[in-house]
Write a protein that binds this ligand. Sequence first.
Ligand code: NI
Length: 177
Amino acid sequence: MAIRTVLRMGDPRLLEPSRRVEPLDTPELHALIADMEDTMKALNGAGLAAPQIGVDLQVVIFGVEFNPRYPEAEPVPYTVLVNPVLNPVGNEMEEGWEGCLSVPGMRGLVPRLSRLRYLGSDQFGRPIDRTVSGFHARVVQHECDHLAGILYPMRIRDLRNFGYNEELFPGEDLQEE
Ligand code: NI
């Protein structure tokens, strides 16, 4: 498989809504996901959406392993999520810092739902139905925003909370979604 070029903010393809994947469990879908995995791993990302490599399909992958340098960061199980639907659970919001492989080297403070239920399937068509909160919920919202053509800077409430990693978090090695 292959490491693909990640589109950066400013490329109009990142602003397009993505199409549903039908059917599932095809060689084309498996090849796409293999490329997405290779690309996310090569860039040490926490998540990647298909539009970020120029494919307008509703496919996201994400996962965060436990990192001893950031013991407070919750691990998120590695997940392939196709044709996702997000439903709020309650209306509580929380702000948190996000980065994005399409906005390299930057961080912004973004409000997200604290808790949500997400449904969809994996690449084989096996259903996924999870209710999550905190960082897991944040990552899912960030990735699924890509499928609607939304990049996290569009959601920042106060642009004073947007800047370069080296200035905001000196000396830290941060993951991007
Ligand atoms: Ni992103």
